[in-house]
Design a protein around this ligand. Structure first.
Ligand code: FAD
Length: 450
């Protein structure tokens, strides 16, 4: 196997903090070089669950997680925070409490990857060596690519975004303050995480306007850079019925290019004609352009042209370095980027990387499973689940394209519980097993496109 060596471990400067051992700028003494059997980059959804899986297998001191943030967020609940249904506090846990206690937490950013020497360099100058590495760095929010957006998010209470922890609590007050004019919801011209989230908050806002007697004075606009409302035909057809019934205006191929908060204006580019169009807003929910994090994009040896860590779509192994795998939003797997996808990818990486570590063949294949609970109101949700080919891959033997109360409660109450208690502890690999069990193993639940 290319480039994999075994290094002696010498963990100096360790500082025991409650659960996992934490190494940080303040606590580590010299820029010494440590080495681990497995280094996990990122302690978010993918990184934390991967570390838990491999700590179970490898034991104490063999796994390091490199993660700069003190806080772990359950981002899928931010839609409901923005909708005034859940509190931000419910989405937050301390990183030291969620990372497995058997791992070493290196509290820093990875600034450089050196895959030829099985080494990463951190923001505080440490060189960390690994036998194997899993990269799970998520996506970078590029608000700064839209002139005026950052300023508007900071200064205009009516410009909001559910996508960042520092803006999500602005959303519900802005919805409450909207009594007339245009309420605009945007979708950018880049891949994003949870492609349903920009419209879920729109449905919750529209319902609020209706229930509070201002709907006839508020125009609800969905300005999306895409040419369709959703990428999977079955769910797109159902969502079109929802927007028609609720008189929501969808403007396709419109990309937000500037926010002029002093004039309450949002400027869009028509991606087909190149023309600029200016809309006034009384409320603007913006979804920023996104990319893989800069530190990853800079390592041309690892990434594809778009800057995502290039993996084999089946095995999630790097196409160039066999001892590197990637899970989640920062990899190139051509599926919708969600925590649900991370769960399934985690199971695949656990099996394949586990096999590789033991010199066995990698047999597990990722089918692209991803899921998007499309909340359409307080108490109603379409549970989209699909694979690489856009074929629905539904867990329950009912039509999940219908707006359902049961799916709403799954999203609002059951999934958060499972996230904290099963997924982050490395025990949840997605619903594939249940999908087959419910159908007595006779079908995988996939519905082929007509
Ligand atoms: P993350 O969980 O974002 O973690 C990345 C980690 O990497 C972070 O902790 C970060 O600090 C760290 N990191 C970044 N750079 C570096 C570096 N240089 N060095 C070291 N560490 C670094 N998913 C669903 O399944 N269902 C939903 O309903 C849903 N709704 C969503 C709604 C919103 C508003 C948002 C924002 C997301 C939603 N998601 C949903 C998407 C889901 O949260 C993500 O897909 C998932 O968290 C991705 O996991 P990840 O590990 O790839 O990235």
């Amino acid at each position: 196997m290319q480039g994999v060596r075994v290094f002696v471990q010498h963990n100096r400067g360790a500082c025991i903090i409650n659960t996992c051992r934490m190494f940080s700028t303040t606590h580590h003494r010299a820029a010494d070089q440590r080495s681990y059997k497995l280094v996990v980059v990122g302690g978010g959804t993918g990184g934390c669950s991967t570390a838990a899986r491999f700590c179970h297998q490898l034991g104490k001191g063999k796994v390091a997680v490199i993660e700069p943030s003190e806080t772990h967020y359950y981002q899928p609940l931010w839609t409901l925070v923005g909708g005034g249904i859940k509190t931000f506090k419910e989405t937050v846990r301390s990183m030291k409490d969620v990372l497995p206690k058997e791992c070493d937490w290196i509290k820093a950013k990875v600034t450089n990857f050196d895959p030829d020497n099985n080494t990463v360099v951190t923001s505080d100058g440490q060189k960390i060596k690994y036998d194997f590495m899993v990269v799970s760095m998520g996506m970078q929010l590029n608000f700064d690519q839209i002139p005026g957006a950052l300023e508007a998010l900071k200064n205009d209470p009516q410009v909001v975004s559910n996508y960042a922890p520092w803006t999500v609590e602005k959303t519900f007050p802005a919805i409450r303050n909207t009594r007339d004019g245009n309420a605009i919801f945007t979708f950018p011209n880049t891949p994003i995480k949870c492609a349903g989230a920009p419209q879920k908050i729109m449905y919750l806002a529209e319902e609020h306007f209706r229930k509070n007697g201002v709907r006839d004075k508020v125009t609800v606009l969905y300005n999306t850079a895409l040419g369709v409302i959703f990428g999977v035909k079955k769910y797109a057809e159902r969502l079109m019925k929802v927007v028609e019934k609720r008189h929501i205006k969808v403007n396709y191929r419109r990309n937000l290019i500037e926010v002029k908060s002093n004039k309450k204006e949002a400027v869009f580019e028509n991606l087909d004609t190149g023309e600029k169009e200016t809309f006034t807003y009384s409320m603007l929910h913006l979804t920023p352009p996104m990319s893989a994090p800069d530190e990853l994009r800079q390592c041309k040896k690892l990434v594809n042209e778009a800057g995502y860590l290039e993996v084999n779509n089946d095995t999630l192994q790097s196409t160039r370095y066999p001892n590197i795998f990637s899970i989640g939003d920062c990899n190139s797997a051509p599926t919708s980027k969600t925590a649900a996808a991370v769960a399934s990818q985690g199971g695949v990486v656990m099996k394949n990387l586990g096999a590789l570590m033991n010199g066995k063949p990698m047999l597990k294949k990722y089918d692209g499973y991803t899921s998007c609970p499309l909340i359409t109101s307080r108490g109603r949700c379409i549970l989209a689940e699909f694979d690489y080919n856009g074929n629905p891959l539904e867990t329950f033997p009912i039509d999940q394209g219908k707006e359902r109360w049961s799916m709403y409660h799954l999203k609002a109450d059951v999934l958060p519980f499972m996230y904290w208690n099963a997924m982050l502890t490395g025990h949840w690999n997605g619903p594939g097993f249940f999908r087959k069990a419910i159908r007595l193993g006779l079908s995988d639940g996939s519905i082929k496109k007509s």
